[in-house]
Design a protein around this ligand. Structure first.
Ligand code: GLN
Length: 497
């Protein structure tokens, strides 16, 4: 095996290089820290880095590896989305409100990945409080798409997806409430999975919409996502919605040797709604080519219907802001975060603090959320949306009686140019049409690179499955990646400052 170049390698390749002593965790960490620093002025993928902490962790990993004590993630550098609490390293949610906030504890996912021996490089930029689809709502300025610097990386985990795509970290955590792992993975040509709701603990993850938020990994392959998810998942009594689901090894199906038809017997459901008007021709063509590939691997396709999926975006934009308006009421200038410098009385302090600390998109969501929860509108909006949410979950349940996996595009388009979508918010919201259903139903879903548009921007394929079908989704994605090389392409246009 050649020595990996330490940038565009997968976690699996890097782990093999570490085990073979081709390089140390410290060398790998230093190489990536240098790359992050060099690309920061152009990409802006990180909010904070932790060079000293990363080197300490890398040396500890090297010591463990030398004693033969390492696991599959020992010494692997990663980055966390800046909504995971990291003790001693600031957690901003890309908001002025938390610009200087340093958490006194680690989130559960952070602890699990630390225990697995990973090295934390830093925290990635996101849309403010995970509200957005372009990373332009960040207080620290937009992140750029490594494939084309005048395009957005997607959001809200845009910094994470851009970092993985640009070879700044082999893997990163994201969070997904309506598509925030899958949509930026699609726009940046990387692989990301949102697991079943409740699989990963939300303890120590700043809440946006608690009944929709899920943690998950973004990486360069399905195999790496399986490795990361295996470490991240697990019951945690500190999150009331954490599921007492037995610990799984999500790589178990992937390890089976490749046969000519590894997907024999897998039924792929194709909802008409995912292939209708409004999807870019290049996206349709890439998804259809992927279907041809999957059929060649043994899968069969069946038509399915999701009759209420068209209501998913409006349903989400009632429920998510309602939960956000409640969750974000804790940012009042009293206990932590920004506090206005000058005010007359307590109420004035609340008002000024929140007016100064939150950006426009966050304020819009708080206003909408407060409105739909208010007396007189609760039944008409919030309660109605809860009922439609159940109908959408029932649609999925019925569809999964006919198929094992649902397939379609992750997003109807490729990455838009910076500034293009903030002009038309309704259009931006509607672009989440294919991802939001999985959050409303709580089912697992992932995005897998499957091609490029005529401008060289990546296209993502989405796989959705029934509850707890992560291993199956990852296996379908892995077999597809064994037969194709879309996930191995790297951005050429990326500038090195
Ligand atoms: N783009 C969606 C929104 O704007 C989803 C965000 C998310 O998943 N956190 O809310």
């Amino acid at each position: 095996m050649n020595r990996p170049d330490l940038t565009y390698n997968t976690v699996t390749e890097l782990a093999a290089g570490l085990a073979a002593k081709q390089f140390s965790a410290l060398e790998l960490t230093d190489a990536l820290l240098a790359r992050i620093a060099a690309t920061q002025p152009t990409l802006n993928a990180f909010v904070s880095t932790d060079p000293d902490g990363a080197r300490v962790a890398a040396k500890a990993a090297d010591a463990a590896l030398a004693k033969g004590e390492g696991g599959p993630l020992t010494g692997i550098p990663i980055a966390h989305k800046d909504l995971y609490m990291t003790e001693g390293l600031r957690t901003t949610c890309s908001s002025k409100m938390l610009e200087h906030f340093v958490a006194p504890y680690d989130g559960h996912v952070v602890t699990l990945l630390k225990q697995a021996g990973t090295v934390l490089l830093g925290k990635t930029a996101m849309d403010e409080f995970a509200m957005g689809s372009t990373n332009e709502t960040s207080f620290f300025g937009p992140v750029r798409n490594p494939w084309q610097l005048d395009c957005v990386p997607g959001g809200s985990s845009g910094g994470a997806a851009a970092a993985v795509a640009a070879g700044l970290a082999p893997a990163a955590t994201g969070s997904d409430s309506g598509g925030s792992i899958r949509q930026p993975s699609s726009f940046c040509g990387v692989t990301g999975i949102k697991p079943t709701y409740g699989i990963c603990s939300r303890y120590g993850m700043v809440a946006f919409a608690s009944s929709l938020d899920q943690a998950g990994p973004i990486a360069r392959s399905a195999e790496d996502c399986a490795l990361l998810l295996t470490a991240m998942a697990g019951y945690d009594a500190r999150d009331a919605t954490s599921l007492p689901h037995p610990k799984e090894d999500y790589r178990r199906a992937l390890a089976k040797p490749a046969t000519a038809k590894p997907l024999d017997g897998v039924r792929i459901g194709l909802p008409e709604a995912f292939f209708g008007d409004g999807v870019d021709a290049s996206v349709v063509a890439a998804v259809e080519a992927a279907l041809t590939e999957l059929r060649a691997l043994g899968a069969v396709t069946v038509p399915v219907t999701l009759p209420n999926i068209g209501y998913s975006v409006p349903t989400y934009h009632v429920l998510a802001p309602a939960e956000a308006s409640s969750n974000l009421s804790r940012f009042d200038g009293v206990r932590y975060g920004h506090r206005a410098a000058r005010y007359n009385d307590l109420l004035d302090m609340y008002r000024k603090t929140r007016a100064e600390g939150f950006g426009d998109e966050v304020k819009r969501r708080i206003l909408v959320g407060t409105y739909v929860l208010s007396h007189g509108y609760y039944d008409a909006y919030y309660l109605k949306a809860q009922k439609v949410r159940r109908l959408i979950a029932n649609d999925y349940r019925a569809a999964f009686e006919q198929c094992d996996v649902i397939l379609g595009p992750t997003v109807p388009t490729t990455a838009p140019r910076l500034g293009a979508q903030t002009q038309d918010l309704i259009k931006m919201y509607l672009n989440d049409i294919f991802t939001i259903g999985a959050n409303l139903a709580g089912i697992p879903a992932m995005s897998v690179p499957c091609g490029f548009d005529p401008n060289g921007l990546p296209i993502g394929l989405q796989l959705q499955g029934p509850y707890f079908s992560e291993a199956q989704l990852l296996n379908v994605a892995h077999r597809f990646q064994q037969a194709t090389d879309w996930h191995q392409r790297t951005p050429k246009e990326m500038c090195h400052a």
